[in-house]
Every structure is written in structure tokens, then in C-alpha cells.
Ligand binder design. Sequence first.
Ligand SMILES: C[S@@+](CC[C@H](N)C(=O)[O-])C[C@H]1O[C@@H](n2cnc3c(N)ncnc32)[C@H](O)[C@@H]1O
Length: 233
Amino acid sequence: MAEGQRADEKRPGGRRAWRARLYLWATRRLYHELAWAYDAAAWLVSLGRWSIWRRQVLAHVRGPRVLELGPGTGHLLAEMAGRGWQVVGLEPSLQMQRVMGRTLARRGARVARLRGRAEALPFADGAFDTIVSTFPAQYILSADTFREAARVLCPGGRLVIGGLYVEVDRGLARVAARLLYGGASVPGALDRLGALAEPHGLRMSVVAQGVAGARVPVLVIERPGAAQGRSEP
Ligand SMILES: C[S@@+](CC[C@H](N)C(=O)[O-])C[C@H]1O[C@@H](n2cnc3c(N)ncnc32)[C@H](O)[C@@H]1O
């Protein structure tokens, strides 16, 4: 690509800036008035692999007290409740909350649900053993989210993040991943999270990378300290 073109992409009105704005606009629609179509859209862009990618985090969750940030339509919440954990879902979108309510009722799952944002968690210090976030929205790149996560995790607790980015080598899913993630720089995304975790003494490791023909990382970000009475999956 010519230098001139690259410069055009970086300008405030350049191609990349427009793509970012379009992406934000489209995801807002999907989290709100089009929430009813979220599961179908996720299935389509991943060619049916979304729930496999999302379920990767389960092997790294430690109960019994688990908070899920931005659970969307609630499938992971139902699955975690089925493992006997005390699960809480925090989701700001009313429309997502409605779809989630239907998912949980259909699956017979008893889960506490709250409306709220990851950047201001309405919970006491040390309230959770694990916080989970899959395919997170922009909130995961906020310093406030990391401050709050460090506060509400108990000593030895962990923040588990799945799907910070998706890399697919071939086919339609590759095009979809590039459209969705804008070819986001992978090491760049990890570095940014590492920098957000560090001031709170949180330690980040990448514990899984590939599943179902794609690289979809799982990150475990731990609060140092002794864990008490935690349960494995
Ligand atoms: C890409 S969806 C992921 C949904 C689900 N976790 C999954 O794996 O399919 C992002 C979710 O985060 C929610 N969200 C957006 N901003 C948020 C915030 N500040 N705090 C918590 N959740 C937020 C959205 O409403 C949406 O439900």
C-alpha cells in the first residue's frame, strides 16, 4: 500500500476512522434494538463457531462466586449456573436483558441479573472468585474497568477474558473477522490489557489460543493472594 494511502487511513476523516465509526454504530444497534438478532449474527459471522469460542473460558473459571460482564443473550450465564456456581450477570442494555431473560427461563437457570456497567461495579470489595468477559465491548480497554475488577475480586481471584480478538486464516470467516475486528493488531491488544492490569498488581497470562480453526485467545488476569474455598469446574 502506498504511503499516501496509509496517511489517508490514519487521518481523522480517513478510511480507518470511518470504518471504526461504522463498526461502533453497527455494534450499538446489535446490543440494543437488534438484540433479538444477536445470536444469529454471531453464529453467521463465526460460521457456527461462536459458542465453541465462547465456551473456551469455562475451563479457567473458578467458583463459587462468578460475575459475568456484558453477558449479552445469557448463554454462558445459564451454563455456569448449571455447574452450581452463584452467578451474577451485569449488562447495561435493556434489550439484551430481555433476550437474556428468555434464554435463562428456557434453560431453567436461576441467575441474578443487574443493569450496570463494568466501569462502575455495584458490588462489595472482594465479592467474586472469578469475573468473566467474552467478546467484550470497548469497556475492556478502560482503566476504570480494571480498577473495579481488581477491587471486587477476592485475593487469588481472576478475571477471565475470551475473544479479545479473533484471527482466522482462511475463507469467509477470515473476511468477517477482519471486518469485525478491523484487523486489530493482536500484540497491540494484549499489550494494552497488560498495561491496564499492571498498576493494580494483576498478572496476565494467555492460557489458550486456538480452537475450531481460529485463534481466539483466553486471558487469565490474576489478583495475587491466597484463594479460599474455591471450586474447580
Ligand atoms: C459483543 S457482546 C458479547 C456478548 C456475550 N458476552 C458473548 O460472548 O456473546 C458485548 C456485550 O457487552 C455489553 N456491554 C456494552 N458496554 C458495556 C459495559 N460498559 N459494561 C458491561 N457490558 C457492556 C453489550 O451490551 C453486549 O451485550
